[in-house]
Design a protein around this ligand. Structure first.
Ligand SMILES: Cc1cc2nc3c(=O)[nH]c(=O)nc-3n(C[C@H](O)[C@H](O)[C@H](O)COP(=O)(O)O)c2cc1C
Length: 162
Protein backbone atom coordinates (compact mmCIF):
# COMPACT_ATOMS: atom_id res chain seq x y z
CA UNK A 1 0.00 0.00 0.00
CA UNK A 2 1.02 3.60 -0.58
CA UNK A 3 2.43 5.43 2.41
CA UNK A 4 -0.63 7.28 3.78
CA UNK A 5 1.29 10.53 4.40
CA UNK A 6 2.08 10.88 0.70
CA UNK A 7 -1.68 10.60 -0.06
CA UNK A 8 -2.75 13.20 2.56
CA UNK A 9 -0.65 16.26 1.79
CA UNK A 10 0.45 19.02 1.99
CA UNK A 11 0.41 19.41 5.77
CA UNK A 12 1.22 22.32 8.09
CA UNK A 13 4.79 22.24 9.40
CA UNK A 14 5.15 22.86 13.14
CA UNK A 15 8.13 23.21 15.44
CA UNK A 16 7.19 21.62 18.76
CA UNK A 17 9.23 22.56 21.81
CA UNK A 18 9.54 20.53 25.00
CA UNK A 19 11.40 20.67 28.32
CA UNK A 20 12.22 18.25 31.16
CA UNK A 21 15.13 17.48 33.50
CA UNK A 22 16.78 20.83 32.64
CA UNK A 23 16.87 20.05 28.88
CA UNK A 24 15.11 22.05 26.17
CA UNK A 25 14.34 20.43 22.79
CA UNK A 26 12.62 21.44 19.53
CA UNK A 27 11.57 19.13 16.69
CA UNK A 28 9.58 19.32 13.44
CA UNK A 29 6.11 17.76 13.02
CA UNK A 30 3.59 17.67 10.19
CA UNK A 31 1.18 14.93 11.30
CA UNK A 32 -1.13 17.42 13.05
CA UNK A 33 -4.80 18.39 13.27
CA UNK A 34 -7.13 20.72 15.19
CA UNK A 35 -9.56 18.66 17.34
CA UNK A 36 -11.92 20.93 19.35
CA UNK A 37 -12.86 24.64 19.72
CA UNK A 38 -14.06 24.58 23.36
CA UNK A 39 -11.73 23.68 24.88
CA UNK A 40 -9.13 24.44 22.22
CA UNK A 41 -7.62 21.02 21.53
CA UNK A 42 -5.22 19.85 18.85
CA UNK A 43 -3.31 16.63 18.25
CA UNK A 44 -0.07 15.68 16.62
CA UNK A 45 1.45 12.29 15.98
CA UNK A 46 4.88 11.37 17.34
CA UNK A 47 7.14 8.37 16.66
CA UNK A 48 8.15 6.22 19.66
CA UNK A 49 11.85 7.04 19.38
CA UNK A 50 11.56 10.84 19.41
CA UNK A 51 13.33 12.56 22.29
CA UNK A 52 10.42 15.04 22.31
CA UNK A 53 8.13 12.15 23.35
CA UNK A 54 10.38 11.29 26.29
CA UNK A 55 10.46 14.93 27.45
CA UNK A 56 6.69 15.41 27.03
CA UNK A 57 6.00 12.27 29.08
CA UNK A 58 8.19 13.64 31.90
CA UNK A 59 6.76 17.17 31.71
CA UNK A 60 3.39 17.23 29.90
CA UNK A 61 3.78 20.63 28.26
CA UNK A 62 4.80 21.86 24.81
CA UNK A 63 4.67 24.91 22.56
CA UNK A 64 3.33 24.45 19.02
CA UNK A 65 5.05 26.94 16.68
CA UNK A 66 3.78 27.44 13.12
CA UNK A 67 6.55 27.54 10.48
CA UNK A 68 6.80 30.03 7.64
CA UNK A 69 8.35 29.66 4.20
CA UNK A 70 11.46 31.45 5.53
CA UNK A 71 11.78 28.77 8.25
CA UNK A 72 12.38 25.87 5.82
CA UNK A 73 16.04 25.46 6.84
CA UNK A 74 15.06 25.53 10.54
CA UNK A 75 12.35 22.90 9.94
CA UNK A 76 14.84 20.61 8.19
CA UNK A 77 17.49 21.25 10.84
CA UNK A 78 15.13 20.44 13.76
CA UNK A 79 13.60 17.49 11.92
CA UNK A 80 16.82 15.67 11.00
CA UNK A 81 18.69 15.49 14.31
CA UNK A 82 17.70 14.53 17.82
CA UNK A 83 17.89 16.61 20.97
CA UNK A 84 19.42 13.55 22.67
CA UNK A 85 22.85 14.57 21.36
CA UNK A 86 22.35 18.05 19.83
CA UNK A 87 21.43 21.36 21.42
CA UNK A 88 19.30 22.63 18.53
CA UNK A 89 18.97 26.00 20.29
CA UNK A 90 22.55 26.79 19.30
CA UNK A 91 21.01 27.52 15.86
CA UNK A 92 17.38 28.40 16.66
CA UNK A 93 16.34 31.71 18.25
CA UNK A 94 13.78 31.47 21.06
CA UNK A 95 11.85 33.47 23.63
CA UNK A 96 10.43 32.54 27.07
CA UNK A 97 6.88 31.24 27.33
CA UNK A 98 4.46 32.57 29.96
CA UNK A 99 2.41 29.58 31.14
CA UNK A 100 4.65 26.60 30.31
CA UNK A 101 8.37 25.86 30.52
CA UNK A 102 9.09 24.87 26.88
CA UNK A 103 10.28 27.82 24.76
CA UNK A 104 8.61 29.74 21.94
CA UNK A 105 10.37 29.92 18.58
CA UNK A 106 11.12 33.58 17.90
CA UNK A 107 10.57 33.57 14.11
CA UNK A 108 7.20 31.81 14.41
CA UNK A 109 4.11 34.03 13.84
CA UNK A 110 1.79 31.66 15.78
CA UNK A 111 2.98 30.14 19.05
CA UNK A 112 0.54 28.03 21.07
CA UNK A 113 1.47 27.27 24.68
CA UNK A 114 -0.05 23.87 25.49
CA UNK A 115 -0.63 21.39 28.28
CA UNK A 116 -0.45 17.78 27.08
CA UNK A 117 -3.65 15.98 28.15
CA UNK A 118 -2.87 12.47 26.86
CA UNK A 119 -0.30 10.48 24.90
CA UNK A 120 -2.19 7.64 23.20
CA UNK A 121 -0.27 4.78 21.51
CA UNK A 122 -1.37 4.46 17.86
CA UNK A 123 0.53 1.94 15.73
CA UNK A 124 4.14 2.99 15.19
CA UNK A 125 3.30 6.50 16.45
CA UNK A 126 1.46 8.08 19.41
CA UNK A 127 -1.30 10.69 19.38
CA UNK A 128 -0.34 13.66 21.55
CA UNK A 129 -3.53 15.46 22.62
CA UNK A 130 -2.83 19.06 23.64
CA UNK A 131 -4.91 21.87 25.14
CA UNK A 132 -3.94 25.40 24.18
CA UNK A 133 -3.59 27.48 27.37
CA UNK A 134 -2.18 30.63 25.77
CA UNK A 135 -1.89 31.76 22.16
CA UNK A 136 0.56 34.28 20.74
CA UNK A 137 -0.53 35.42 17.28
CA UNK A 138 1.73 38.06 15.74
CA UNK A 139 0.13 40.59 13.42
CA UNK A 140 2.27 40.01 10.36
CA UNK A 141 1.76 38.69 6.85
CA UNK A 142 3.38 35.32 6.39
CA UNK A 143 3.36 32.32 4.08
CA UNK A 144 2.87 29.04 5.97
CA UNK A 145 5.28 26.23 5.19
CA UNK A 146 3.63 22.94 4.17
CA UNK A 147 5.19 19.46 3.99
CA UNK A 148 4.57 17.22 0.97
CA UNK A 149 6.95 14.29 1.52
CA UNK A 150 10.66 13.78 2.25
CA UNK A 151 12.51 16.95 1.26
CA UNK A 152 9.55 18.29 -0.74
CA UNK A 153 7.66 21.27 0.68
CA UNK A 154 4.92 23.59 -0.60
CA UNK A 155 3.22 26.91 0.09
CA UNK A 156 -0.58 27.30 -0.04
CA UNK A 157 -2.43 29.04 -2.87
CA UNK A 158 -5.64 30.77 -1.78
CA UNK A 159 -8.80 29.92 -3.76
CA UNK A 160 -11.96 31.93 -3.09
CA UNK A 161 -15.28 31.06 -4.72
CA UNK A 162 -17.25 34.25 -5.58
C1 LIG B 1 9.14 18.16 7.56
C2 LIG B 1 9.23 17.14 8.67
C3 LIG B 1 8.08 16.67 9.28
C4 LIG B 1 8.15 15.71 10.31
N1 LIG B 1 6.98 15.28 10.88
C5 LIG B 1 7.05 14.38 11.90
C6 LIG B 1 5.84 13.95 12.54
O1 LIG B 1 4.74 14.40 12.23
N2 LIG B 1 5.95 13.03 13.55
C7 LIG B 1 7.17 12.53 13.96
O2 LIG B 1 7.22 11.71 14.88
N3 LIG B 1 8.33 12.94 13.36
C8 LIG B 1 8.29 13.86 12.37
N4 LIG B 1 9.45 14.29 11.78
C9 LIG B 1 10.74 13.75 12.26
C10 LIG B 1 11.24 14.43 13.55
O3 LIG B 1 11.20 15.84 13.45
C11 LIG B 1 12.72 13.99 13.78
O4 LIG B 1 12.73 12.59 14.04
C12 LIG B 1 13.44 14.75 14.86
O5 LIG B 1 14.81 14.44 14.74
C13 LIG B 1 12.97 14.40 16.27
O6 LIG B 1 13.74 15.14 17.16
P1 LIG B 1 13.83 14.78 18.72
O7 LIG B 1 14.43 13.40 18.82
O8 LIG B 1 14.75 15.85 19.27
O9 LIG B 1 12.44 14.81 19.26
C14 LIG B 1 9.41 15.23 10.75
C15 LIG B 1 10.57 15.72 10.14
C16 LIG B 1 10.50 16.66 9.11
C17 LIG B 1 11.77 17.17 8.48
Amino acid sequence: MTNISSLLQPRTVLLVTSFADGIHDVATFSFVTPISFKPQLLAFSIGHARYTKELIEKNPECVINVSTKEMLDDALYCGTRTGRNTDKYEKIEWEESSKVKPRRIKKSPVQLECKVKKVIPAGDHNIVLCEVVLEHVKTMDYTPLMHVSGNEFATPTSLKKE
